[in-house]
Design a protein around this ligand. Structure first.
Ligand code: ADP
Length: 573
């Protein structure tokens, strides 16, 4: 009777101790806190000589032992990792105290233990491992001990699970943050090769892994080449190091196009590492551009079970984004190369056109000179028919000459080679020369007026003549019904002279005026659809006038006519 009373008193003391233990457990912040509380508090709840926890690893094929109260034999290692099937500890079904002799593990006997009490660490969702107590005494544990140990097991399991969920969430947040920072840096790289090379150091900088490398797939040789590396194996694996497709974990990932998460390389046949390798875990993810694997990101860690679900998910997402960045970089490279090729072609074309149009002009000048010479022969001028033919030759040669001049100006302007020779120019000569180059039909009546105050301007004679010729020939061309064409030169402001060429032609709609002076730009208007042109004359004129420090513009009204005006500097003195 007395004994039972004592037992009851002892039991209620232990139950009280248990509630203290639970309170403490709630304050645990880390798994190590939980173990420390177990270590210090369970002594008052159970009588034992040794205590340890076996926790399943993330891939659930192994468990790691943490000894909380060591046996007399100091050889019991902490964090020993064993296969789940190796002994009873791994089975996690033990619920009754078992005498050591009956247990399968001879290991307990070796440690001198005679009784073992093992309970699962299990929550309603999952089994995390087991909690074990050992004693050097035979029959050391009774039913009350089992009950207490089971309660301990349930609460420790719940505490561990809550902590691991919290740690998991924190890790996910941190990983996402690091991933975005790394991506931000990498997606600014517009060269695909440079991008692959830069990945490992960005990953190491933001995630701090032991060793990170990127192998690019070379389909032509069925190989993988190390193109980026940052970490502890940099000296063993030189850049350009090659693997065959299918070789090692990296080769496997490249051929399968699937990730590889290996948390113990010693049991993975695919792993091939240098003999100096300290790697225990590998995470390798394919990097795709569209459907094609273009590279493999390979991360190595020196501890077992280094990679969990969070790492895998993060790096899959990371590689997906990098795949997009790679594709963009490829496109950018293609566009850049095409643009370079086009620029080169354009340059060649300009050179060719330049040479041709330049060489055109010498024979044309000879033709014009010879034709003008012919007009001096009286016998010829008396023959109306012959005179007309010679005039046609002169006009057409003039046209061709203007065309060659415009084409040459375009190529020179585009290549920045148009050079100017500024001199004092006689305005009247300039206007007359320009008029001589344009053919007027009998429907047009030409007048010109030059203010005697502006007899001289400063500029390039040939270039300014080209501008005036362009404007006059446009005035004639775009007034097919005929009418007056007037050239007027007068003072504009103190140091400037204003040239105006006025016609009574088709005019230009307001909304089209903007594009007049752009290269290859023509007005779309039914009245001019049959008039041929390249849309270059006004662009060239604007460039020339700008180079003279002047301005060119147009005033026009549809159906009434247009006036094109430009300014140049007056010659001083
Ligand atoms: P092109 O005459 O060879 O087409 P320009 O650069 O000289 O090229 O002229 C650009 C466009 O401006 C012409 O296509 C024409 O539509 C318009 N334009 C130029 N001058 C006149 C004008 N005097 N009257 C009406 N439209 C004009």
């Amino acid at each position: 009777m007395k004994n039972r009373l004592l037992e009851a008193q002892d039991f209620s003391r232990r139950v009280n101790g248990l509630s203290d233990f639970l309170l403490r457990l709630e304050s645990a912040k880390t798994r190590e806190d939980v173990f420390r509380i177990l270590q210090t508090e369970s002594k008052s709840l159970l009588e034992f000589d040794t205590q340890f926890v076996a926790l399943l690893t993330p891939n659930r094929s192994q468990y790691a032992i943490t000894v909380l109260s060591p046996t007399k034999s100091s050889s019991t290692p902490n964090r020993e990792v064993s296969e789940v099937s190796e002994s009873r500890v791994g089975r996690l079904e033990i619920e009754t105290p078992i005498p050591v002799e009956q247990s399968e593990g001879g290991a307990w006997l070796d440690l001198g233990l005679k009784s073992m009490l093992m309970v699962p660490l299990r929550t309603s969702e999952e089994t995390l491992g087991s909690l074990s107590f050992g004693s050097y005494r035979a029959n050391a544990f009774g039913e009350a001990d089992l009950w207490i140990a089971q309660l301990l097991g349930v609460h420790v399991a719940m505490a561990l699970r809550t902590l691991s969920m919290r740690t998991g969430e924190r890790k996910r947040d941190e990983h996402l943050g690091s991933m975005f920072r790394a991506l931000n840096e990498l997606s600014a790289i517009l060269d695909p090769d440079e991008l692959l090379t830069a990945i490992p150091s960005a990953v190491r900088k933001h995630f701090n892994y032991f060793d990170v490398s990127v192998f690019a797939v070379r389909k032509e040789s069925n190989q993988l080449v190390l193109v980026g590396h940052s970490g502890n194996y940099a000296e063993y694996l030189p850049w350009g190091y090659k693997l065959n497709l299918g070789e090692g974990i990296i080769g496997w990932v490249a051929t399968r196009g699937d990730k590889a998460v290996v948390n113990d390389v010693s049991v993975d046949r695919r792993y091939v590492g240098p003999s100096e390798s300290r790697t225990k875990s590998v995470l390798a993810i394919p990097l795709r551009s569209g459907n094609e694997v273009v590279a493999v990101l390979n991360i190595e860690e020196p501890n077992l079970n280094a990679f969990d679900e969070t790492d895998t998910v993060t790096f899959q997402l990371f590689c997906e984004q990098l795949g997009n960045a790679y594709r963009n970089a490829m496109r950018h490279q293609e566009i850049r190369e095409t643009a370079e090729r086009l620029t080169e072609l354009d340059k060649l074309k300009s050179e060719f056109v330049g040479i041709v149009s330049h060489d055109f002009r010498s024979p044309l000048s000879s033709i014009m000179l010879a034709a003008r010479g012919l007009l001096k022969f009286e016998e010829l001028t008396e023959n109306k028919q012959l005179k007309e033919y010679v005039n046609i030759i002169i006009e057409q040669a003039n046209r061709l000459n203007r065309l060659a001049e415009d084409t040459l100006s375009v190529t020179e302007l585009e290549s920045g080679q148009l050079s100017y020779s500024f001199k004092i120019i006689n305005v009247e000569r300039l206007v007359q020369d320009a008029l001589a180059l344009v053919k007027f039909s009998s429907k047009h009546k030409l007048t010109y007026h030059i203010d005697p105050n502006v007899a001289y301007v400063k500029g390039d004679q040939n270039k300014l003549r080209q501008v005036v010729t362009n404007l006059i020939s446009n005035a004639v061309k775009y007034s097919p019904q005929g009418g007056n064409v007037t050239v007027d030169v007068q003072e504009y402001s103190a140091g400037e002279v204003l040239f105006s060429v006025k016609d009574e032609g088709v005019g230009i709609p307001d909304e089209q005026k903007d594009k007049l002076f752009r290269k290859f730009s023509r007005v779309s208007q039914k009245e001019v659809k049959d008039i041929r042109g390249a849309g270059l004359g006004l662009w060239i004129s604007k460039e020339i006038v700008n180079a003279h420090g002047g301005r060119i513009w147009c005033e026009s009204e549809v159906g009434k006519g247009s006036t094109f005006r430009f300014t140049v500097k007056k010659a001083v003195g």
